[in-house]
Design a protein around this ligand. Structure first.
Ligand SMILES: CC(C)(COP(=O)(O)OP(=O)(O)OC[C@H]1O[C@@H](n2cnc3c(N)ncnc32)[C@H](O)[C@@H]1OP(=O)(O)O)[C@@H](O)C(=O)NCCC(=O)NCCS
Length: 412
């Protein structure tokens, strides 16, 4: 097996393999490989296998991203387009590609990597851990409160392009949690053409927008048409009034649609904008519990370089904080060292030490802690880590972050 970086002459073979593996049209895949604002063919890695009739046995892509988290911009390597020829599957080809990708991402200096798994179990072996909890809501427009601010909502026009870009950037810079920063090329080529049913909140300055997709639900009763519904593709509000206005606007669409779907960050307080936080056809079987969303299990994250990821934590802890941590990493053993971490006045220094350990865990659990998904105290409580109780409260404070979130258009 030989693993190498792809070149232009591999484009046809990669497009054929990806279209076969993801059941997409080869011509469309080919265009997206060669003319993509987020990556180029040189971000692809291919594996060759002797005796195979196809030119390549498998491939994957390491997509370069910029993300914002805890108010800091950093780089992130997005793993995607992992595919292997059907006739040579279950022989360890994807595993070999992943091992090589981990080494490459470390060499390239990425602190973290993220991916959307076909199966979480497969990527756990490589230190990736589930962090992408989201809520998939379904509710009727009539359940939304009628906020007065809705009068400031108007249709999006071409002249608003720069304004919505600015709104999203500001939101991601201030509240993003492992959220990709969208580049201009991706906005113009991929996202803005989808702004067909988009609305902005404008009080003289645009401070929010929503992008809708109208669709018809499949028929459930023969002879009756399916429900008219809206899928919220993107919802961004910079202040409280922006959120109220956009929800108020959607509340007024009750004559047109009967259902709204919204994939939201796990910590978004949607219940505060609803009259009754409960499912649409609630029949009062129980009044103790009402369901109004389902858990949507999304992406996984892996810390690639433990010391660098810790250095990126620019925390404003008032008191200086020192602790010794060890993260055991079977795939990248360079990470398995005792590290002294010193946090003070927004600066974090990290160096190897012989001092006794105060917190120890493995890379997957550390990746969940680093993303803010798992509290260090819970890792200790449920036996996923060992450590000193005395420092745990401060560790909880240090790693606190909003729920990791990737906007739907940025899924890779
Ligand atoms: C997903 C995909 C890339 C996996 O490729 P692959 O080369 O078959 O993967 P591997 O052989 O490395 O691993 C697959 C399984 O076979 C097992 N395996 C590896 N070598 C083996 C061997 N010699 N004998 C038996 N099983 C083996 C692996 O342990 C793994 O098991 P697990 O799923 O329980 O962890 C391939 O099925 C594919 O292209 N699918 C369609 C596209 C897709 O879904 N891509 C993923 C996007 S995230």
């Amino acid at each position: 097996m030989i693993i190498r970086q792809a070149t232009g002459s591999d484009a046809d073979a990669i497009a054929t393999l990806l279209s076969k593996s993801f059941l997409e049209d080869t011509a469309i895949v080919r265009v997206s490989i060669e003319n993509n604002p987020r990556y180029s063919i040189s971000n692809m890695y291919v594996i060759e296998e002797k005796g195979l009739s196809e030119k390549i046995a498998g491939c994957l892509r390491i997509t370069p991203f910029e993300i914002c988290t805890r108010g800091v911009k950093t780089t992130m390597a997005g793993i995607a387009a992992v595919a292997v020829q059907p006739e040579v599957r279950r022989r360890g080809i994807a595993e070999a590609l992943m091992e090589e990708a981990l080494r490459k991402m470390y060499e390239m200096g990425y602190p973290v990597s993220m991916l959307f798994p076909f199966k979480q179990h497969f990527y756990k072996k490589f230190g990736y851990a589930y962090v992408g909890n989201m809520m998939q809501y379904e509710f009727s427009p009539g359940n939304l409160m009628n906020f007065e601010e809705r009068s400031f909502v108007r249709p999006f026009t071409k002249a608003d392009k720069g304004k919505v870009k600015k709104v999203l950037l500001q939101e991601v810079q201030t509240h993003g949690s492992f959220t990709p920063v969208r580049n201009d090329g991706f906005w113009d080529l991929v996202v803005l053409p989808k702004f067909k049913d988009a609305y902005v909140y404008d009080t003289g300055e645009v401070k929010g927008y929503v992008v809708l997709e109208f669709y018809k639900e499949a028929t459930t009763v023969i002879g009756q048409p399916g429900e008219q519904a809206i899928n919220i593709k993107e919802f961004v509000g910079l202040d409280a009034a922006a959120h109220r206005s956009l929800w108020g606007f959607l509340a007024a669409l009750g004559e047109q649609v009967t259902k709204i779907r919204f994939l939201a960050p796990a910590d978004y307080p949607l219940h505060s904008f609803l009259k009754e936080p409960r499912e649409r056809d609630y029949r009062r079987l129980f009044f103790e519990y009402k369901t109004f969303s389902t858990l949507a299990s999304g992406f996984m994250l892996r810390v690639i370089n433990v010391p660098d990821s810790l250095r990126n934590l620019r925390h404003s802890l008032e008191l200086p904080m020192d602790f010794v941590i060890r993260i055991n990493d079977g795939n990248l053993p360079q990470n398995s060292q005792n590290l002294n971490v010193h946090v003070h006045n927004g600066e974090t220094t990290v160096e190897e030490t012989r001092r006794p350990l105060q917190f120890e865990t493995e890379i997957g659990i550390f990746s969940q802690i680093y993303s803010g998904f798992l509290k260090p105290s819970d890792a200790l409580k449920y036996g996923f880590a060992s450590g000193e109780l005395g420092i745990i409260q401060k560790l909880d404070e240090l790693f606190k972050a909003p729920a990791p979130f990737i906007y739907q258009y940025d899924i890779f």
